[in-house]
Design a protein around this ligand. Structure first.
Ligand code: NDP
Length: 483
C-alpha cells in the first residue's frame, strides 16, 4: 500500500481508510493509497509551517543543491517511476518517460535560479531626509499544490520547483486517480536530503482533502491546476481569506493553418498536439481552422497520420509505423467525450475518421483517434473542453474568419498559427485571445517561458523566471539616517 509523506515520515491516514488506484488500460487495481482525513491535512500543514522558519533562511545555494540531488535520485529511478505513471495514468511508456524528463528539466531550471533571485535598489527623493529604497523578495509560507491526473509529475514540478527555491514549504495534493508516481517522486526528493516538513504529500478526494487544504488558515498560497469548475470552487474558498491563488484551468486551443503553411509540419504539429496523452492535455490542439485552398490537402495528410495511431496498453510498444495511443484515463472521461461527440453528430457533424470504441477491447477506456468535419460551431465539441482524441476540422475563407472563430470560445489558454506570412503572424499574436501563441510550432509548455491562460482558462503563470513571482511577496524598505 502507498503511504503519505508528512514531516519526513511515511504515514497512513489516521482513519486507516484507503482508496484504490486503477489501471485505465486493464481496470485492475495497481495499488491503494491512504484516504486522508482533515486531521491528516492538519498534520501536514503543521509540519510545513514548522519547517518554514529554517527553510526560508536556508542559503539558496543549499536549497538548489538539495533539489539537484533529488533530481539525480529521481533520474536514477526513471524507468520505475515512468512505469508506475503508465500503469496509473494510462499514457504510453515513451510519453511517461518524456513527462518525467520534463519534470527533471523543470526542477533543474529552478535549482539553477535559486541563487539568482534578487531584489532592487531604488534611489529616493530627499525631501524627507536622505534615504534609499530596497525591494526585497520574501517567501510566503505554506503552499498548497493541487495537481490533476493528466500530467501528475510535470504539473507538480511546476509548483514545487519555484515554491521551494523561493524558500516556501509545500503540501502536495495529487489527483486521487494518479497519486502513485507523484508520491514516489516526492519520496525520492525527500531521501536526497530535504529537511522533514519542507515537502509533504497527502492523498484523498479533492472535495474533502483539497477543500480542507485550500481553506486551511495556515496555507497562504494555493497553486491549482484542474478543471475550470473546480477552479471556481477553489476561488470561492480562497478568495474571502485573501489567499494568493494561481489557477491553471481548461483550454480549447485553436490551430490556424494558412494557405502558405508547410502542410507536412502543420499536420505533424496537429497530430502531436491533439493525440499526445490521448488528447488529455490542457494545451492540446483542440480545433483546427484551415484556409479553404489547402483544406483538402491538409485533411488528406491528417487522416493518413491519424490512421497510424493504435489504441493499446501503454507498456506494449507499437510496431512501426504504428504509434501507441493509450486509453482515456477513466470511464467517466470516455463517456463525456462520447457524449460531446454524439451531440455534434446529431446536429450534422460527420466522422472523417474513428469515432468508435475499438473492437476487441472489453476492458480499458480506449477510444479510436477521431476527426470530425462539418461541425456546428456552437456544438459542445467546440465550445467545451474536449479531453480526448477527438478533433474537429473547419474550412475558413481567410485570416479574419479564422481568428474570429478561434476566439469564439470561453477558453483562452493556447493557440497556434502555421504560416510564414508576417502580417498574419502579427495579427495572430495581437488578436488571438490566449495566454500563448505558437507560430509554426507544436503546442508545448517550455520550462523557460511563462505559461497560463486568459478568460476561463484561469490566471497566473507557471514556468519561467516569472513563475517565481507568484511564490514571493515584494517588501519595500526605506533606509534613512544616512546624512
Ligand atoms: P479536477 O479539477 O477534477 O481536479 C484537479 C485536482 O483538484 C485534483 O487533485 C482533484 O482531486 C482536486 N480537487 C477536486 N475537487 C476539488 C475541490 N473542490 N477543492 C480542491 N481541490 C479539488 O481536474 P482533472 O484532474 O480532471 O484535470 C483535468 C483538467 O485540468 C482539465 O480541465 C485540464 O484542462 C486542466 N489542466 C490545465 C492545465 C493548465 O495549465 N491550464 C494543465 C493541465 C490540465 P481529486 O482527484 O481527488 O478529485
Amino acid at each position: 500500500m502507498g503511504r503519505m509523506l508528512v514531516a519526513g515520515e511515511w504515514v497512513d491516514s489516521q482513519s486507516r481508510a484507503e482508496m484504490p488506484v486503477t489501471n485505465p488500460a486493464t481496470e485492475e487495481v495497481v495499488d491503494t493509497v491512504p484516504q486522508a482525513t482533515p486531521e491528516d491535512v492538519d498534520r501536514a500543514v503543521a509540519a510545513a509551517k514548522a519547517a518554514f522558519a529554517d527553510w526560508s533562511r536556508t542559503d539558496p545555494e543549499e536549497r538548489a543543491d538539495l533539489l539537484r540531488k533529488g533530481v539525480e535520485r529521481v533520474r536514477a529511478c526513471r524507468e520505475e517511476v515512468a512505469d508506475l505513471l503508465t500503469r496509473e495514468q494510462g499514457k504510453p511508456t515513451h510519453e511517461a518517460l518524456a513527462e518525467l524528463n520534463h519534470l527533471l528539466h523543470g526542477l533543474e531550471y529552478y535549482a539553477d535560479l535559486a541563487s539568482k533571485l534578487r531584489g532592487s535598489y531604488v534611489p529616493l527623493p530627499s525631501h524627507l531626509g536622505s534615504s534609499f529604497g530596497l525591494v526585497v523578495r520574501r517567501p510566503l509560507g505554506v503552499v498548497a499544490a493541487i495537481v490533476p491526473w493528466n500530467y501528475p509529475l510535470t504539473l507538480m514540478g511546476t509548483k514545487i520547483g519555484p515554491a521551494l527555491i523561493a524558500g516556501n514549504t509545500v503540501v502536495v495534493k495529487p489527483a486521487s486517480t494518479t497519486p502513485l508516481a507523484a508520491t514516489r517522486v516526492v519520496g525520492l526528493l525527500q531521501e536526497a536530503g530535504l529537511p522533514p516538513g519542507v515537502l509533504n504529500v497527502v492523498t484523498g478526494p479533492g472535495r474533502v482533502v483539497g477543500e480542507y487544504l485550500v481553506a486551511h488558515p495556515d496555507v497562504v498560497r494555493v497553486a491549482f491546476t484542474g478543471e475550470t469548475a473546480t477552479g471556481r470552487r477553489v476561488m470561492e474558498i480562497a478568495g474571502p481569506a485573501f489567499k494568493r491563488v494561481t489557477l491553471e484551468l481548461g483550454g480549447s486551443d485553436p490551430v490556424i493553418v494558412c494557405s502558405d503553411a508547410d502542410l507536412e509540419a502543420a499536420v505533424r504539429g496537429v497530430l502531436v498536439g491533439r493525440y499526445w496523452n490521448c488528447g488529455q492535455s490542457c494545451l492540446a490542439a483542440k480545433r483546427v481552422y484551415v484556409f479553404e485552398d489547402v483544406y483538402d490537402a491538409f485533411l488528406g495528410k491528417l487522416l493518413e497520420g491519424v490512421s497510424r495511431y493504435e489504441p493499446g496498453e501503454g507498456w506494449v510498444k507499437a510496431q512501426r509505423p504504428r504509434i501507441r495511443l493509450g486509453p482515456l484515463h477513466t470511464a467517466r472521461q470516455r463517456a463525456e467525450v462520447l457524449e460531446q461527440m454524439q451531440e455534434a453528430l446529431a446536429r450534422g457533424a460527420r466522422v472523417a475518421y474513428g469515432g468508435r470504441i475499438p473492437d476487441g477491447r472489453p476492458r480499458g477506456h480506449f477510444l479510436e483517434p477521431t476527426v470530425l468535419v462539418d461541425v456546428p460551431h456552437d456544438s459542445r465539441v467546440v465550445q467545451e473542453e474536449v479531453f480526448g482524441p477527438v478533433l474537429p476540422v473547419f474550412r475558413v475563407r481567410d485570416i479574419d474568419e479564422a481568428i474570429r472563430l478561434a476566439n469564439d470560445s470561453p477558453y483562452g489558454l493556447g493557440s497556434s498559427i502555421w504560416t510564414f506570412n508576417v502580417r498574419w503572424i502579427h495579427k495572430a499574436i495581437q488578436e488571438l485571445q490566449a495566454g500563448m501563441t505558437w507560430v509554426n510550432q507544436v503546442h508545448y509548455g517550455y520550462d523557460e517561458l511563462p505559461f497560463g491562460g486568459t478568460k476561463q482558462s484561469g490566471f497566473g503563470k507557471e514556468h519561467g523566471v516569472e513563475a517565481v513571482d507568484y511564490y514571493v511577496e515584494l517588501k519595500s524598505v526605506v533606509v534613512g539616517g544616512l546624512a
